[in-house]
Ligand binder design. Structure first.
Ligand code: DHE
Length: 542
C-alpha cells in the first residue's frame, strides 16, 4: 500500500514538473525574503545548506530546478508531502501553513541571499564570563550523585534541564539559548558544554548547587557540534565548536570559553576538487590517546585531526592533518574501545572508518539508505567479536559492522548483519554493556506508528526481539527521539518530543526487562530531545 502511495506521489510530481516547469524567479517582497530566510534557516539549511548546494538533502538551487525542469507546483508538492528519502512533509504535518509552503517554494526558485559574516572580533565581543573560575566551588555543593545527572535538551524553548539520574528528580532548568542542539561533557564530567543551532555556546558547572551557566560565547551563526579536550594533561583545558556558518572551527579556553583561535574550514572537495565555501563542521570526537580532536568537514569530504597541544604558545599553533574520506560527512562515534572512529557519509550511504593511531582512512562500508548513527552503538558478539551499529533514515535497516581487524579479520569492516526493521526513519541507536539490548528510535519515520515506537535488538541474536509504541506519545502528537542509558546502564530513557505548547514526558525503561518503570513529567518538560548522562558522555559510552 505504501509503495503504491509513493509511486502515485512520484507520478504526480513527474506530471507537475513537466507541465509547470518554470525557470523565471517568482517575485518576492523584501519582507517575504526576510521571513523565508528565517524559515529556511530553521527548517531547511541543516540538510540542504544555506547556499542550497546539498548535503544530507539534495541540491535545491534555482539552477538545479531549471536543469531538471522542475517548477513551482513540483516544489510545493514536495514541501507539502515530503519525499521517501527523509524530506519531511512540512505541509501535511501542519508545521508550515499553506502561505508558508507557497512562500518557501518561491524562495527556493530565487537565488539564495548571501549569509552574513562573523569574524574573530565578533566572537570576542560576544564572550561573557558570568562566574570567574576563582568564584566557582572547589567541590560539588550538592550531595546528589552528579556523575549520574542527565542533561536534557528542551529544544524549542531554548533550555536544558538537569535531572538526577538516581532519583529522577528535576535538579534545575538552565537557559541555554535558541534551539539548543547537543550537550557534551568535559572529561572530568564537571562541565556540560552546550551548543545551539544559532551558534551560541555555553558551559554549565555541575559542582554548583543548583548547576548554572558560568560562561557564554557566540562562535558562529549556525552550529551543531561542541567537544572538550580529553587527553591526559589537557582534561577540561580546551573546548572546540564546529560551525556550520561561517564554515570554521573555534578553539576556546575550557574553563572560561575565552576564544583562542578560529580556523576556516573552507576547502577543496577531497583536497583536489571544487572549492566549497560552505564546508560545515559536523561530528567532533576527542581522542584520549593523543591531544587531538577528530573533526569532520561535511561538504569537502575531509576528516581533520586537530592537535591542540601547542595552542597556548605564542601565535596559537595548531597542527592540522587533513585526510580525504567521503563527502557529506555527518555524525559518528568511537568503535571498539576508541580504537577506530566511524562517521556516516550519509548522502553516499556509506560509513567511513578512520584509524586515529595511523591517521588513515581504513575502509568505507556500504550502509543502508542515509545512515544516521548519532554516536552509534558498540557491543561484543560471541562469534563476531566487537561490533558497531548504525540505524538508517531512508531504509528499514540497522547495519552492524565488524570492528575488530586483529581478533576477527574476516568480519572487519564488513556489514556482518543487516537487521530488518519495521520502519524507516531511525535517528538514534544506543547500547550499554549492562543491557542485552540495542535500542533504536524511528523519529522521522513517515509512518506515525513508527515515529512513536522503539525497537529492541538482541545483542546475540542480531534480530529485532521486541517493538512497541510508547503509550501516550501519539495522544500529544509527540515523536519518540533519542535514547540514553543511566550511568550503571540499568535504565534507558527516551524523549517524547511534542510541540512547545504541550508538556511532554521522558519514559524510563528497565534495560533488562524492557518494562517502562517510570515517567518523568512536569510543566517544565517542553520539547525534550537529546539526553546526555554525565558519566556516559564524558567517557564515550554508547
Ligand atoms: Fe542533530 C548530533 C547535525 C537535526 C538531535 N546532529 C548531531 C551531529 C550533527 C548534527 C553534525 C553530531 C554532533 C557530534 O557528535 O559532534 N542535526 C544535524 C543537522 O544538520 C540536522 C540534520 C538538521 C538541522 O537543521 O539541524 C540535525 N538533530 C536534528 C534534529 O532534528 C534533532 C532530533 C533535534 C534538534 O536538536 O534539532 C537532533 N543531533 C541531535 C542529537 C545529537 C545530534 C540529540 C547527539 C546524539 C548523541 O547521542 O550524541
Amino acid at each position: 500500500m505504501r509503495i503504491f502511495k509513493y509511486l502515485l506521489l512520484i507520478v504526480v510530481l513527474a506530471i507537475a514538473s513537466q507541465a509547470f516547469a518554470q525557470t523565471d524567479a517568482p517575485a518576492m517582497t523584501d519582507d517575504e525574503m526576510v521571513t523565508a530566510t528565517d524559515i529556511f534557516f530553521d527548517r531547511c539549511a541543516g540538510c540542504h545548506g544555506v547556499l542550497r548546494k546539498g548535503a544530507t538533502g539534495p541540491n535545491i538551487t534555482p539552477e538545479h530546478f531549471a536543469n531538471d525542469n522542475k517548477g513551482l507546483p513540483y516544489i510545493k508538492a514536495v514541501i507539502f508531502g515530503g519525499l521517501p528519502g527523509g524530506m519531511p512533509d512540512w505541509g501535511r504535518q501542519g508545521i508550515l501553513t499553506d502561505e508558508e509552503q507557497d512562500l518557501m517554494a518561491r524562495f527556493v526558485l530565487n537565488d539564495p541571499p548571501q549569509p552574513p559574516t562573523w569574524e574573530f572580533g565578533n566572537i570576542k565581543d560576544s564572550w561573557e564570563l558570568l562566574v570567574p573560575v576563582a568564584d566557582r566551588p572547589t567541590e560539588p555543593q550538592s550531595k546528589r550523585n552528579w556523575e549520574n545527572y542527565v542533561g536534557v535538551i528542551l529544544r524549542d524553548v531554548g533550555k536544558a534541564a538537569i535531572i538526577d539520574g538516581d532519583t529522577r528528580e528535576l535538579v534545575t532548568v538552565v537557559p541555554t539559548g535558541y534551539a539548543t542542539h547537543i550537550l557534551r561533557s568535559s572529561k572530568s564530567g564537571r562541565y556540560f558544554y552546550v551548543i545551539g543551532r544559532d551558534g551560541k555556546a555555553s558551559m554549565i558547572d555541575l559542582f554548583m548547587d543548583p548547576p548554572a551557566v558560568v560562561a557564554k560565547v557566540r562562535p558562529c551563526l549556525d552550529a551543531r557540534s561542541i567537544e572538550s579536550s580529553k587527553f591526559e594533561g589537557f582534561v577540561d583545558k580546551y573546548a572546540v565548536v564546529g560551525c556550520y556558518w561561517p564554515s570554521a572551527f573555534v578553539v576556546f579556553d575550557g574553563l572560561t570559553l575565552e576564544p583562542i583561535k578560529m580556523v576556516s574550514t573552507v576547502s577543496y572537495v577531497k583536497g583536489a576538487g571544487e572549492l566549497v565555501q560552505e564546508a560545515r563542521v559536523a561530528a567532533i570526537v576527542a581522542s584520549e590517546d593523543s591531544p587531538e580532536w577528530i573533526l569532520n568537514v561535511k561538504e569537502s569530504g575531509q576528516t581533520w585531526f586537530v592537535n591542540y597541544s601547542n595552542v597556548d604558545k605564542k601565535g596559537h599553533p595548531l597542527d592540522v592533518t587533513m585526510i580525504d574520506t567521503e563527502r557529506y560527512l555527518h555524525d559518528g562515534g568511537w568503535a571498539n574501545q576508541r580504537k577506530y572512529f566511524i562517521v556516516a557519509a550519509n548522502a553516499e550511504n556509506k560509513l567511513v572508518v578512520i584509524d586515529p593511531a595511523t591517521r588513515e582512512f581504513v575502509a568505507s562500508v556500504e550502509a543502508g539508505v542515509k545512515p544516521h548513527p548519532g554516536r552509534g552503538a558498540n557491543w561484543v558478539h560471541s562469534k563476531l567479536g566487537p561490533v558497531w551499529a548504525t540505524g538508517n533514515i531512508g531504509s528499514p535497516e540497522v547495519t552492524v559492522v565488524g570492528v575488530d581487524p586483529e581478533g576477527h579479520p574476516d568480519q572487519a569492516w564488513q556489514a556482518v548483519e543487516r537487521i530488518e526493521m519495521p520502519f524507516t526513519g531511525t535517528l538514534f541507536i544506543k547500547a550499554h554493556d549492562a543491557s542485552p539490548w540495542v535500542i533504536t528510535d524511528f523519529t522521522v519515520s513517515s509512518n506515525p506508528k513508527g515515529s512513536t515506537s522503539l525497537c529492541a535488538i538482541g545483542k546475540e541474536s542480531l534480530k529485532v526481539e521486541k517493538c512497541w509504541e510508547v503509550p501516550g506519545a501519539a495522544d500529544i502528537k509527540a515523536r519518540i527521539v533519542h535514547i540514553e542509558f543511566t550511568k550503571d546502564g540499568s535504565e534507558f530513557w527516551v524523549s517524547a518530543w511534542a510541540n512547545k505548547e504541550t508538556p511532554s514526558f521522558i519514559a524510563v525503561y528497565d534495560s533488562n526487562t524492557l518494562e517502562e518503570i517510570d515517567r518523568i513529567t512536569g510543566d517544565w518538560l517542553l520539547t525534550p530531545t537529546g539526553k546526555f548522562n554525565v558519566y556516559n558522555t564524558a567517557n564515550d559510552i554508547y
